[in-house]
Design a binder for this molecule. Structure first.
Ligand SMILES: NC(=O)c1ccc[n+]([C@@H]2O[C@H](COP(=O)([O-])OP(=O)(O)OC[C@H]3O[C@@H](n4cnc5c(N)ncnc54)[C@H](O)[C@@H]3O)[C@@H](O)[C@H]2O)c1
Ligand SMILES: [Zn+2]
Ligand SMILES: [Zn+2]
Length: 371
């Protein structure tokens, strides 16, 4: 008997997601696990797809920030058993390619070939609609539905005393934000860090900088509410870049030096350029925000060589989900990172379109679907 469930399905850009009855085979194929989702966050990357800033295939179940329980495992699965609590990773790894073996699993060959195209590792979809149509799953996960069938390496076991709503956020915003600071930029206690954009990703970059003891953490956003939150997550200085000139304020706050690390967590060309322009000599700008398809930026390469500046990308916080997810759960359980304040609204799947309205209007941090 196939597993039937409701899912929020994307059909065309700008149209609201529709709740549809879909199904999955109940027996996982070899190497895959069936997961019953308990919670899913709603991330800005889903929004990029929803409004057509990213071209994605349809119909597709959106959502990629989930936590749940392993319902059943396919042949050959060795690291998970039924009943395990898991956080889902949108960069499942083959554990064999040059990137996996080289310690950069988010760049895995299988991810770029299949998960990034919203497919399973065999290049096919798993979910079927009532009309027998194939349905894509965002990043191979599709967490806006109660079940998902994923490669073993996409489900990372975590301790079973951690709450699902908070743990789900480790599946994207937390790992991305904390990792951009800790893994990609390798921030040191002597560094001043600027975080541009204080949404789900940016606030986690801020608390990542606090976790590693950064000397000064400057938060910038155009929303005063988000800046109030930035303070809660560890920012030492706040800049409303809608009202104040960011470069002037950073100059003033750093004694004219600039910042050692600037993390862009918005996804706009102008703010990526700003992050680069406020660096101290030898500084690093990290692009964590993701832009709409086709966007380009402009920087001064003379300054780049003269001052040894770096501009680097960060995918999933340059993380190693197998070890980083359980680590982040431990940090949360020991009160070293705050996941509770990130969850500003708990919703039913049927309220999914309201969550995107809130995101558009800048209300709250993360809406989390509870199944
Ligand atoms: N690199 C990755 O692996 C990765 C992973 C997840 C998300 N992302 C991307 O990160 C970005 C942020 O995602 P999120 O979920 O945190 O989004 P969000 O909507 O929660 O937050 C965006 C924040 O940016 C602020 N903002 C908007 N325009 C601004 C401007 N001009 N100047 C200053 N602040 C501005 C908003 O007020 C908001 O606080 C998105 O582009 C998303 O796709 C990247
Ligand atoms: Zn995301
Ligand atoms: Zn690989």
């Amino acid at each position: 008997m196939p597993v039937e469930f409701d899912a929020a399905v994307f059909t065309t850009p700008e149209a609201p997601l529709t709740i549809e009855r879909v199904s999955l085979p109940d027996t996982p194929p070899p190497g895959e696990v069936l997961v019953r989702l308990k919670a899913s966050g709603v991330c800005h990357s889903d929004f990029h797809a929803l409004i057509g800033e990213w071209e994605v295939p349809a119909p597709m179940i959106l959502g990629h920030e989930g936590a749940g329980i392993v319902e059943s495992v396919g042949d050959g699965v060795t690291t998970l058993v039924e009943g395990d609590h898991v956080v889902l990773s949108w960069t499942p790894s083959c554990r064999r390619c040059r990137y996996c073996v080289g310690g950069r699993p988010v760049l895995c060959d299988m991810v770029s070939r299949h998960s990034a195209n919203h497919l399973a590792f065999d290049g096919r979809t798993r979910v079927t609609s009532a009309g027998e149509q194939d349905v894509y799953s965002f990043a191979g996960l599709g967490t806006f539905g109660q079940y998902t069938l994923v490669p073993e390496s996409a489900a990372i076991a975590i301790r079973d005393d951690a709450p699902f709503e908070q743990s789900a956020l480790i599946g994207c915003a937390v790992t991305t934000g904390v990792g951009a600071v800790v893994n990609t930029a390798k921030v040191r206690p002597s560094d001043t860090v600027l975080v541009l954009g204080c949404g789900g990703v940016g606030l986690n970059a801020i608390q990542g900088a606090r976790l590693v003891g950064a000397r000064q953490i400057i938060a910038a956003d155009i929303s005063d509410q988000k800046l109030d939150q930035a303070r809660v997550f560890g920012a030492t200085d706040l800049v409303n870049s809608g009202r104040e000139n960011l470069a002037d304020r950073v100059h003033q706050l750093t004694g004219g030096r600039g910042v050692e690390v600037a993390v862009e967590a918005i996804g706009l060309p102008r703010t990526i350029e700003s992050a680069y322009e406020v660096l101290a000599r030898g500084g690093t700008a990290v692009v964590a925000g993701q832009v709409a398809d086709g966007v380009r930026i402009s920087i001064d390469p003379f300054v780049m060589s003269d001052q040894e500046l770096s501009l680097i990308g960060s995918n999933y916080g340059s993380s190693k989900p197998d070890v980083d997810f359980p680590l982040l759960v431990d940090h949360y359980m020991h009160d070293r990172i705050d996941l509770d304040s990130l969850v500003t609204r708990v919703i039913d799947l049927t309220d999914i379109n309201e969550a995107f309205d809130d995101m558009k209007r800048g209300i709250g941090i993360r809406s989390v679907i509870k199944y």
